[in-house]
Design a protein around this ligand. Structure first.
Ligand SMILES: [Zn+2]
Ligand SMILES: [Zn+2]
Length: 177
């Protein structure tokens, strides 16, 4: 389902608007878990990084926060201005999230003209690949970047158990014969 946003801004042409005959920049849609907040990014994302810093881990409840920088001029809030909440996680830096569902949305240092959008809330697959890990030294001790761990195509199987080494293991059902 495609949720059409409001018509594009009807204001005067922006300095960065494409001139007639130029290619229209890509539009990347994003929205929070509950759908109260929706936004668009006009044009290309900056390099996508996976931030392992302790603040991103807490803010996301996850091992790292995939994010990419954009210019504020590329950003359009389609809906949910009243739902967006901000937390100043360090002086001058705010992390915006949906006040209804808690989805992290972007982080910014107001006045810099840029913000870092959270890649996990993008509706469209970002047309980029991950460029780098950042704050890798702050990676959680429990976060395995190990390729040999078992992989499951969807949710965890019912008997994923912790082993003595801390790694997960799949406990097979006993043979029925
Ligand atoms: Zn929400
Ligand atoms: Zn971070």
């Amino acid at each position: 389902m495609s949720v059409a946003g409001p018509p594009d801004d009807a204001g005067p042409p922006r300095a960065d608007a494409p001139a007639a005959g130029e290619r229209t920049p890509p539009v990347i849609h994003g929205r929070c878990l509950c759908g109260a907040v929706a936004f668009r990014v006009l044009g290309a994302l900056g390099p996508v990084v996976l931030c392992h810093c302790s603040q991103c881990r807490r803010a996301s409840g996850s091992a790292y926060s995939p994010n990419a920088s954009i210019d504020d001029a590329q950003f359009r809030l389609d809906r949910g201005a009243g739902a967006v909440r901000e937390h100043e996680s360090s002086p001058g830096k705010v992390r915006a999230f949906c006040g209804q569902c808690g989805s992290p949305l972007w982080a910014a240092r107001p006045g810099t003209g840029t913000r870092r959008v959270r890649i996990g809330v993008l509706v469209d697959p970002p047309p980029v690949k991950v460029a780098a890990h950042i704050y890798a030294d702050a990676r959680a001790a429990w976060e395995p970047i190990e390729e040999h761990l078992p992989r499951w195509p969807a949710g965890p199987p019912p008997k994923l158990v912790a082993t003595a080494s801390g790694a997960g293991a799949y406990q097979r059902d006993p043979p029925t014969s």
